[in-house]
Design a protein around this ligand. Structure first.
Ligand SMILES: [Zn+2]
Length: 215
C-alpha cells in the first residue's frame, strides 16, 4: 500500500465532520466497492457541484438562479424567513407551511471564533428592506447562544436600515418541544413557553387560527 490510499484518506479528511479515523474507514470501504459504484459516486459529486449554485437573491443552494422558491410567483416576497444555513431552509421548507421567501446567512455570529455579522450574507437582505420590499422578517436562527446573538444583531441592523415602510421583526416560537413534559423543562424554557403562548381554538368553533398572544 502506497501513496494512493494515503492521498484518498487525506482528501476525505478535508470534509466537515470527517476525522482521520472515519476517513480511513471510508477509504477502505470505497476501495472494496466495484469500480462502477465508485464512478457513479464520483460522477454525481461532479454533477452536483457543477449544477448547484447559491441563489443570487436568497443564497439557497439550487439548480436554478434565482432559486425555485424566489422564482415562484405564488410566494409572498414581502415575508422573509432568515436562516443560518441552506440545510435549515430545506428543513423548514419540508414542513410545507411557510408561504414567504427565505434568506440564508451562511453561518452565525460567533464571537469566540471571530465571526461577526459582517462576515455573514446580510447585505442583500438589508438592501431588500431598505427598498421597502419587506413587510416582515422572521428570525429563524438556531435557539443556541450564537443563534440568539445573530438574531439580536441582525434585528438591530434591520431596524437601522431605514426601511421606508414599517418593518415587522418576528422570532420563531420556542418553548416546550412536542412530546415534552412541563416537570422536565427548565425555567428558561417554561418562561419562553409562557411568553410565546398562542390562542387555543374554542371547542366547536371550527379549526380557527392559533394566533400568538404575546406582545
Ligand atoms: Zn432564492
Amino acid at each position: 500500500m502506497g501513496g494512493l490510499l494515503e492521498e484518498l484518506i487525506h482528501k476525505l479528511c478535508t470534509l466537515p465532520g470527517i476525522g482521520p479515523k472515519t476517513a480511513e474507514r471510508l477509504a477502505h470501504h470505497l476501495v472494496r466497492r466495484s469500480e462502477e459504484d465508485v464512478r457513479d459516486l464520483a460522477d454525481v459529486l461532479v454533477r452536483a457541484v457543477e449544477g448547484l449554485q447559491p441563489c443570487s437573491v436568497c443564497a439557497r443552494v439550487d439548480e436554478q438562479n434565482p432559486c425555485s422558491i424566489c422564482a415562484d410567483p405564488r410566494r409572498d416576497r414581502a415575508l422573509v424567513c432568515v436562516v443560518e444555513t441552506s440545510r435549515d431552509l430545506e428543513a423548514l421548507e419540508a414542513v410545507g407551511e411557510f408561504r414567504g421567501v427565505y434568506h440564508v446567512l451562511g453561518g452565525r455570529v460567533a464571537p469566540a471564533e471571530g465571526v461577526g455579522l459582517r462576515d455573514l450574507n446580510t447585505e442583500s437582505l438589508v438592501a431588500r428592506v431598505r427598498r421597502g420590499e419587506v413587510r416582515e422578517v422572521v428570525l429563524a436562527t438556531n435557539a443556541t447562544f450564537e443563534g440568539e446573538a445573530t438574531a439580536a444583531m441582525l434585528a438591530r441592523a434591520l431596524d437601522g436600515a431605514g426601511a421606508p415602510t414599517p418593518l415587522r421583526l418576528t422570532r420563531i416560537a420556542r418553548g416546550i418541544p412536542s412530546g415534552g413534559e412541563i416537570v422536565h423543562m427548565n425555567a428558561a424554557i417554561l418562561g419562553e413557553a409562557l411568553r410565546g403562548r398562542g390562542a387555543f381554538p374554542h371547542p366547536g368553533a371550527g379549526t380557527g387560527d392559533a394566533e400568538r398572544a404575546d406582545t
